[in-house]
Design a binder for this molecule. Structure first.
Ligand code: BEZ
Length: 402
């Protein structure tokens, strides 16, 4: 990408050549100076939810990112890392202001964020307008790597389509004919249910009813009563964080887990099993991770995450960890010179990461290409059942970079 941020790298070269360079430096606007000095710390903006129903998700992304940076000696591309943290509260209405502050006032070199699809789309707009480097470590909004894709925007998580499309075939192949869906009424819920339904109906299934409630409400009772009346063969759902804990417990408390099997996007049971307890046993989900993936990268990651946080790692921690790995690949290629944008982006786009989730690479829209696993809650964790679909690539509908 060629934008005003390329100016500092040219000027730095001029600076090294003598007096003319010094004059150029003096005339540069204030915002450009951090990129000039590669020895200066790299400023990373972490815009994540640290409160609200997605608080734990944000904290685990933060912990995963910092863990990887610590493993790299506290540096990315050879530069010390400093952080500016913003609690976005999963509120789309304040997202533009929060992102503008990070970019305009704090002058961060890169932003890592966020969890909620609606907040992420506001961030994407600011990133596109300002040219700021953005790595999305969770939010799955299809448009971020669809019509709104841009060279300076990467995702180390998933598109909403990607995680649930494979489940449509898995459930149809299991002989399930009639499904009721339930989710929060916002981008992530609509897109995950939509992708599941696309593949489920293509394989002969029927959606009997779509049930929704506003994000982040957790008054599930009336909807659970409706599911009991409908008596579908199974339920497909998307909830995450605190809301997922409550939904799974309410579903079991109503006794429905004994008669109508609960399926979902993996967020339903990732990072939530401990709080859900017995209510989660037997739930089947699809996701780009399973707790017991037996690859050396996952084994090492879980050990290191536990040592740092005394907690069990989950997909959110993995996505934060991989965001730092991706940034290291980009900055490493340009020796820490974040202003050498084209070369940095080229290296990131070509990255092949040995992730705890398995092989991770990126499509032309900068969305991950990755395995989607079928998991089942057993022994207090999301255990691998099978690969539901390997190397799943989001269609990136509407992206002009493809
Ligand atoms: C989303 O809003 O995109 C999202 C939030 C939590 C888990 C997964 C996706």
């Amino acid at each position: 990408m060629s934008d005003s941020r390329r100016l500092p790298s040219l000027s730095r070269r001029a600076l090294l050549t003598g007096a003319a360079g010094a004059a150029t430096l003096a005339s540069l606007p204030r915002f450009a100076t951090p990129a000039l000095a590669q020895a200066a710390p790299l400023k990373v903006g972490l815009m994540l939810p640290y409160t609200g129903t997605y608080a734990k998700l944000g904290q685990f992304i933060d912990d995963g990112f910092r863990l990887r940076v610590e493993q790299l000696g506290g540096k990315l591309g050879g530069r010390e890392v400093t952080y500016v943290q913003v609690d976005d509260e999963s509120k789309p209405e304040t997202a533009t202001d929060n992102m503008n502050r990070l970019v305009g006032r704090d002058k961060v070199d890169v932003v890592i964020g966020t969890v909620h699809s609606g907040v992420a789309m506001a961030m994407v707009k600011v990133a596109r307008d300002s040219g700021t480097m953005l790595i999305i470590p969770n939010a799955g909004a299809n448009d971020a790597t669809g019509p709104a894709c841009a060279p300076n925007i990467f995702r180390t998580s998933f598109s909403n389509w990607q995680t649930t499309f494979p489940m449509g075939k898995v459930m149809a192949d299991a002989g399930i004919k009639n499904v009721a869906t339930i989710t929060w009424k916002y981008t992530a819920g609509a897109e995950m249910v939509g992708a599941f339904a696309e593949n489920f109906t293509k394989n002969g299934g029927k959606i009997v009813e779509d049930l929704t409630l506003p994000f982040p409400q957790v008054e599930f009772q009336a909807l659970i009563t409706r599911i009991a009346q409908l008596k579908p063969d199974a339920v497909f759902s998307f909830f995450a964080g605190g809301g997922a804990v409550k939904f799974v417990k309410d579903y079991a408390a109503a006794g429905l887990n004994k008669s109508i099997p609960l399926y979902g996007a993996g967020f339903l049971t990732d990072g939530t099993i401990e709080a859900q307890g017995e209510a989660a046993i037997g739930i089947k989900t699809t996701l780009h991770y399973a707790d017991n993936l037996d690859n050396p990268a996952n084994v090492a990651f879980l050990k290191a995450f536990k040592a740092k946080t005394q907690k069990d790692g989950d997909i959110y921690a993995v996505q934060g960890f991989d965001a730092a790995s991706l940034l290291e690949i980009g900055l490493g290629a340009v020796k820490g010179d974040a202003a050498a944008r084209d070369a940095m982006i080229k290296a990131m786009a070509a990255a092949k990461i040995d992730s705890p989730r398995g092989p991770l690479s990126f499509n032309k829209a900068h969305n991950p290409i990755q395995n989607i696993y079928l998991r089942e809650v057993r022994n207090g964790r999301n255990e691998l059942v099978s690969i539901a679909q390997s190397a799943v690539d989001d269609p990136a509908r509407g992206c002009r970079m493809t």
